[in-house]
Design a protein around this ligand. Structure first.
Ligand code: SF4
Length: 421
């Protein structure tokens, strides 16, 4: 044991029962589904260890310094939660879910609060605070240019519905927001942009920088309120989960957010009621209602990469499949296992910043699974996954494409161009 930092009462009070529920059960099935464990084979990176450490810290057997670095090794994908027998046996009836992701986030936050910082994450968050947008790799970042992708599209500022464009999409894969804007316009959906969009704050929160994350959230909510926003469309799963979990925690009156089965969340306060909708949910609805017609064939054999934050974390897995099946010419081969047991890309939870080597290895595994289905295309709907997946796909002759860009193409939208800034 060290004489360094040990978690204090409030932390232990909040997490001890969860930790003991895992520690005492000893199933450890989560090891086999954890994408990080799959490549490191290091027990310290297992979901079981993340809970057991809390028990050990409570018992005074290890300190926070001893274990803080281990918690880097999680993409916050939620695979362990969906496969945990404690979730499976008690989930349907009691709504119980093992909470590994939240434990990881809590330990990371505790570490930051105690001055234990990871160098890559500290740099990333410092840069995000400086630029008010994430330091997207390979392209210059200036917050003032966050809506440059929309030049020439004649989109209004504000309005009842706005499109929130993720940092990676706004600065790097600008073809994605252009495609989404074209699709929404073609279907007659009126929408605008924020006056001044900042990073959603989700990544900072995932890395443990809770106060910083909240500053971003407060700015964005103030921007929405100032222009009377009633609905926010998210086109990236990381933004969506930040809005539907973090923002709800910060700003929603208790009991107003949602029913667990409801895929659309609301942020309800005294003078605001803002619906959060994910783009695939909306586009599937537009196709169903006949407001968006997909007529241009795309002749590929494709499978779908379920972004973890959509599928395993938020239960959004039907709408992307509905859209894929509506694209003429596309032969869809679904994953060869239970849909909610989808494999991670390795691109979440800050892992690519601290351990890009592991992200690369996990993406390679994901493409191996796709290759087993004998497809030529892997379709994703998470812009952050698309860079590492594309690299792994190039090695295997599988093209990685974004679902919304394919929708734009199949809808015959003028000016649809795939690619990056
Ligand atoms: S959330 Fe995903 S990466 Fe994190 S411990 Fe669970 S399975 Fe592993």
């Amino acid at each position: 044991m060290t004489d360094q930092v040990s978690p204090t009462g409030a932390f232990i009070e909040q997490w001890r029962d969860h930790a003991y529920a895992c520690f005492s059960s000893g199933h450890k099935f989560c090891r086999n589904v954890c994408p990080v464990m799959g490549v490191t084979q290091n027990e310290n990176h297992s979901p079981t260890a993340f809970h057991a450490n809390v028990v050990a810290m409570e018992q005074g057997l290890v300190s926070l310094e001893d274990v803080a670095r281990d918690y880097v090794h999680c993409t916050q994908c939620g695979a362990c939660e969906t496969r945990c027998p404690n979730t499976l046996m008690a989930g349907d009836f009691y709504r119980h879910r093992t909470r590994t992701v939240d434990v990881v986030k809590a330990v990371r936050a505790l570490a930051v609060d105690n001055g234990i910082e990871q160098p890559g994450w500290k740099h990333w968050v410092d840069e995000t605070v400086r630029a008010r947008t994430e330091p997207v790799l390979d392209v210059p970042i200036e917050q003032e240019r966050v809506a440059e992708w929309a030049d020439g599209l004649d989109l209004p500022i504000g309005g009842e519905t706005i499109l929130f464009v993720d940092c990676e999409a706004a600065f790097y894969r600008t073809s994605l927001p252009k495609a989404v804007a074209g699709v929404l316009k073609a279907a007659g959906v009126e929408f605008g942009l924020m006056r001044e969009q900042w990073c959603c704050g989700g990544p900072a929160r995932e890395m443990g920088y809770v106060a910083r994350a909240r500053e971003f959230a407060e700015h964005n909510l103030a921007d929405w309120r100032a222009t009377g926003v009633k609905r926010v469309i998210a086109l990236d799963p990381h933004d969506y989960i930040a809005f539907t979990e973090d923002y709800v925690e910060y700003f929603a009156r208790p009991g107003t957010a949602k029913h667990p089965e409801d895929l659309r969340s609301r942020i309800v306060g005294d003078d605001y009621d803002i619906e959060i909708v994910y783009i695939t949910e909306l586009v599937a609805e537009l196709i169903r209602e006949g407001r968006l017609k997909l007529t241009v064939p795309i002749e590929v054999v494709a499978t779908y990469h379920d972004p973890c934050r959509l599928n395993k974390r938020k239960g959004i897995h039907e709408s992307p499949r509905e859209i894929l099946r509506a694209i003429p010419g596309l032969e869809f081969r679904d994953v060869d296992h239970v849909t909610q047991w989808a494999y991670c890309s390795g691109a979440g939870g800050g892992l690519p910043v601290e351990r890009p080597d592991l992200t690369e290895a996990i993406s390679a595994q994901r493409l191996d699974h796709a290759a087993n289905l004998e497809v030529d295309t892997l379709v994703s709907q998470c812009v952050w996954s698309e860079r590492p997946l594309s690299k792994a796909g190039a090695d295997r002759g599988i093209e990685v494409r974004d679902l919304m860009e394919m929708v734009a193409e199949s809808a015959g939208i003028d000016g649809h161009v795939e690619g990056t800034a």
